[in-house]
Design a protein. Structure first.
Ligand code: P61
Length: 459
C-alpha cells in the first residue's frame, strides 16, 4: 500500500486557521523573518518540532482523570516508576519536568571542569549543559553519519576508533560517562545499531566508564533495529528495548518525544549513591522525588504513553509516515538527508538553493519561503543556528551541513497534510531561483536563532 493508513481514528479536532500569502508576508516581516517569533495560530502545518506536540490517546486522557495530586507518594508515581523500570530496566527512576533538567541534574552532580563527554552527536541542550559545567562535549559519530547522501542503515552509530582515541587522549579518569543519543537527532534522526551499542558498552565498561543513553526517541530506534538489524525481526519492540538498555547504566529522557506527552521527562540510573545525590538536588530545583516538577496526572499520562509507544502498529505508521513524505520529496527531486530518519525530514538547503551563499542563510531563506508560500513552519539547522566567529582568527566558521528540519508531531497530522507539504515544496522548488538570502539585524550572544531578527538581502 502506498500510504500507511493512520492506525487510529480522530475523536477530537482542533480547527486550523488558513491565512493568505499577504497576511503571512506581513506577519513574517513583523517577526524579523524568524519563525520562532510567529504567532502559532497563523501556521497551517507546524513542523517546528516533534517535542511536546504529540496527540495523546483516549487512554492517556482518561489517565489524566486518575491523577492523584498528593504532594508525596501518589499512585501515579508508582505506576510511572514501575513502567519505566519494566521498559528501561534501570533501578532508580527520577521524574523531571523535561529532558534538559534530567541532563542538568546528571551533569551538575557528575561533571568536573576539564572532563570530557563523548556521544554520537550531542543534541544542543546536552552540549550546552555539558559545556555549562566547563566540560567538553565531543562527537564521535561515524563519518558517514555526517554525509547527506550516505545510505547506511545505522548512520547514528558511534565510530569506535574515534571513541577509543578519545579515551586514550583524555584518559578514562576524565571521562565520567559515555553517551549515546537514540535516535541521533542532530544527525538526521538516524538510528544506532544494537551491535554498535554492544561494542560501545564493552569499551566503556572495560575502562570503568558508565554508558548513559539519551533515550528521547528510543522506541523509534528499536523499530529501526527490528526492521534493519539481522536477528531482530521476530523480537518485540519491548524485547529489543530491554536488550538495548541492558548494555547501559542509565538514561536521560525527554518524555515529550517517545513518551507521547506534552510535558515530562526523567532520569533513570542503576547507581544508587548517584541517584541519591541527584534526588537531593531534585528536591532543591524540581520538586519532591515522587513528582519531580510534574502533576500526578502528568506522570499517569507518561506511564500510559510509554506503553503505547511500544505498539508496533503505531510505530510502523509513525516511521512510514515520515518515510513516505521523504519519498514524495525525493520523487520531486527535493534534496534531503538519506535514508529518511525517524521523526523528521532534513532538507539539504545548499542543494535546494545553490545560488544563496552560506553567509546569507539559505536554510533560513527556505524556512521563510515555506511559511510565506504555504503556512508551513520548519526550522533551520544551519548557519543561523551554528555559524560563529573563530575566537583566534576572527573569521566566520560555517557548519558543514545547511539543513531545514521538518519534524513530524506524533499522531497529529494525516497523510493528506503530508501531501500538502510535499506539493508546497515542489512549487517552491520550481520557483527556487526567485528566493533571496538574508542578513542579521539583531542577534543575542548565545543561541541566537531563537531571538535573531533578519532582513532580506538586496530587496
Ligand atoms: C527537538 F530547537 N529536542 O528536537 P527537552 N535530547 C534530545 C532532544 O532531541 C531534546 C532534548 C534532549 C527538541 C526540542 C528542542 O533548541 C532546541 O524535553 C536528543 O526539550 O528538554 C529535545 O529535551 C531536550 C528544540 C530543544 C530546539 C531545544 O525539537
Amino acid at each position: 500500500m502506498k500510504f500507511p493508513a493512520e492506525p487510529f481514528r480522530i475523536k477530537v479536532v482542533e480547527p486550523l486557521k488558513k491565512t493568505t500569502v499577504e497576511e503571512r508576508e506581513k506577519l513574517i516581516k513583523e517577526s524579523g523573518y524568524n519563525i520562532f517569533l510567529l504567532p502559532a495560530e497563523s501556521i497551517f502545518i507546524d513542523l517546528l518540532t516533534d517535542s511536546g506536540t504529540s496527540a495523546m490517546s483516549d487512554n492517556q486522557w482518561a489517565g489524566l482523570m486518575k491523577g492523584d495530586e498528593s504532594y508525596a507518594g501518589s499512585k501515579n508515581y508508582y505506576h510511572f516508576e514501575q513502567t519505566v523500570r519494566s521498559i528501561f530496566g534501570f533501578e532508580h527512576v527520577i521524574p523531571t519536568h523535561q529532558g534538559r533538567v534530567a541532563e542538568n541534574l546528571l551533569f551538575s552532580t557528575v561533571l568536573k571542569e576539564g572532563d570530557v563527554v563523548p556521544n554520537n552527536i550531542h543534541f544542543d541542550t546536552t552540549r550546552a549543559n555539558v559545556e555549562y559545567h566547563k566540560a567538553r562535549a565531543i562527537d564521535c559519530v561515524i563519518d558517514e553519519g555526517l554525509k547527506v547522501d550516505s545510505e547506511l542503515p545505522f548512520k547514528g552509530d558511534i565510530d569506535v576508533f574515534k571513541l577509543k582515541k578519545a579515551i586514550q587522549n583524555y584518559g578514562p579518569d576524565r571521562i565520567p560517562m559515555i553517551m549515546i543519543t537514540i535516535t541521533n537527532n542532530s544527525g538526521g534522526g538516524q538510528p544506532v545499531s544494537l551491535a554498535n551499542i554492544r561494542e560501545v558498552s564493552a569499551i566503556a565498561h572495560e575502562h570503568g566508564i558508565p554508558l548513559i543513553f539519551d533515550a528521547c526517541r528510543f522506541a523509534e530506534n528499536c523499530f529501526f533495529i527490528k526492521e534493519r538489524e539481522e536477528g531482530y525481526q521476530n523480537k518485540s519492540i519491548a524485547e529489543i528495548a530491554r536488550e538495548m538498555f541492558s548494555y547501559g547504566d542509565g538514561c536521560t529522557m525527554s518524555a515529550k518525544k517517545d513518551g507521547l506527552v506534552n510535558i515530562g521527562g526523567f532520569l533513570s540510573l542503576n547507581d544508587g549513591r548517584l541517584a541519591q545525590k541527584i534526588t537531593n538536588m531534585l528536591i532543591l530545583i524540581e520538586g519532591f522525588p515522587t513528582y519531580g516538577g510534574l502533576a500526578g496526572r502528568d506522570l499517569e499520562a507518561i506511564a500510559r504513553g510509554l506503553k503505547e509507544v511500544l505498539n508496533e502498529e503505531y510505530l510502523e505508521f509513525r516511521i512510514n509516515q515520515t518515510r513516505n513524505l521523504g519519498e514524495m520529496l525525493m520523487q520531486n527531486n527535493i534534496p534531503i538527508v538519506k535514508p529518511v530518519g525517524g521523526h523528521a525530514i532534513y532538507i539539504d538547503a545548499k542543494g535546494f538553493l545553490p545560488h544563496i551563499p552560506q553567509k546569507e542563510f539559505p536554510g533560513q531563506a527556505l524556512v521563510v519561503e515555506l511559511y510565506r508560500h504555504a503556512g508551513i513552519r520548519a526550522v533551520e539547522i544551519g548557519s543561523l543556528m551554528f555559524a560563529h566567529r573563530d575566537a583566534e582568527t576572527g573569521q566566520m566558521v560555517y557548519p558543514e551541513l545547511e539543513l531545514v528540519r521538518l519534524a513530524i508531531p506524533r499522531r497529529v497530522y494525516t497523510n493528506a497534510h503530508m501531501q500538502y507539504v510535499s506539493e508546497a515544496l515542489s512549487e517552491i522548488y520550481a520557483n527556487r531561483k526567485s528566493i533571496y538570502g538574508f542578513e542579521i539585524e539583531y542577534e543575542a550572544e548565545f543561541l541566537r536563532h531563537f531571538t535573531a531578527r533578519l532582513k532580506p538581502v538586496n530587496v
